[in-house]
Design a protein around this ligand. Sequence first.
Ligand SMILES: Cc1ncc(COP(=O)(O)O)c(C=O)c1O
Length: 462
Amino acid sequence: MLDRTAGLSEAAQHAVEFLAGLDERPVAARVDAAGVRDVLGGPLPEHGEAPDVVIDALVAGAEPGLVATAGPRHFGFVIGGALPAALSADWLVSAWDQNAAFHSLSPAAAAIEEVTAAWARDLFGLPEDASVGFVTGCHTANFTALAAARHEMLRRAGWDVEADGLNGSPTLRVVVGGEVHVSVLGALRMLGIGSRQVVSAEADAQGRMLPDALDAALGAVSGPAIVCAQAGNVNTGAFDPLEDIAGIARRHGAWLHIDGAFGLWAAASPALRHHTRGVELADSWATDAHKWLNVPYDSGVVFVAHPAAHRAAMSLTAAYLVRSADEPREPMDWTPESSRRARGFAVYAAVRSLGSRGIADLVDRCCRLARRFADRLRAEPGIEILNDVVLNQVLVRIVPASGDADAATRAALARVQQARVCWLGGTRWHNMEAMRISVSNWSTTEADIDRSADSIIEAVRA
Ligand SMILES: Cc1ncc(COP(=O)(O)O)c(C=O)c1O
């Protein structure tokens, strides 16, 4: 008989060593995937090995291929780290191995979801009766919210989409901003709404949807409509003018969804809340906990102002799925998954360890550090900052005195990545190559920003 705890102490020791070295570890991986496959691959093993042996071998083979995404100088994509309380809670979630589908499977997981949902609504200033689902990330949160939107808008048009599908249904119109995040289009695709069927309302130079363009787009269509707005553009951090957009959506009888993967967290900061003015007027919201809240992967949250629509789009019944006779909320009714990791615990631990003030401080600090980054870089000849740094995102372009700025930007980015002091990703913004910086980690300091800015400047001068 196996010892249930075999391998745990080895795992803990490896984890502690990894975390202790995270601040100083070169950010990029030391070996590529082929290097990891060479060590850990091979034919299917016929005989098993002891858990501690497996863990030691896994660490030896995988560790050189890890990226320090949880560390303080990974500025690629929009990547949060792991707050100590959230990480510890997440370990327990694995040890407890709860299935968060039903009360009958885990009253603790169900209760924690309810507590955490209420805290999250409070943090963002969302309606108290909004329903909440704990999902894998914002992409799935967008999907869940838009499934609720599809249900409700077609129901109002006299159509039961869960029963009758989309064939022959009233046409559902979807309007997005010109800089919509691709995960919204991905979510719509899964819901049977192709990207060529989506109408794009023009955005301004920072990527904010233009209210007049939305008004015109909605005016040009008839029938049930959904508007997808954005809090926090993935390149610039810019916010759509939510209050204006909510007024227009309401006037046209459209459902308003807000993709706030990281930008919704501005609503948790008194200093930044003005960016999300009007957010509470929407019908649904999607965000991530694994980005700015610094909960370990994976963790997203969806909110819907119309619980009946949310539940109708997600809930399933079968004779063996035992529902609580006493509890009004079954966790499975609000997500597209059935069996599910108990993600609420880590979100709860993160929120409790910071408190609302700590969350506001985290968000404010990241934005301050992003501005410091931008100021350091723009002081260097040949470096331009392409966006207004209103949040935690900075777009950097290299413009040499002579020659091709796109090529210079690409070359500088490759040199930055090779130097491994920090990691940035590339993007194209308004037909220009750019490097993207996202400051989203709880442990990033001013010294990290200065070291990283020096590394980028060195790469540009080279
Ligand atoms: C604005 C926005 N929406 C949605 C997503 C998708 O989030 P996830 O990859 O966590 O599912 C992202 C990811 O960066 C994003 O920036």
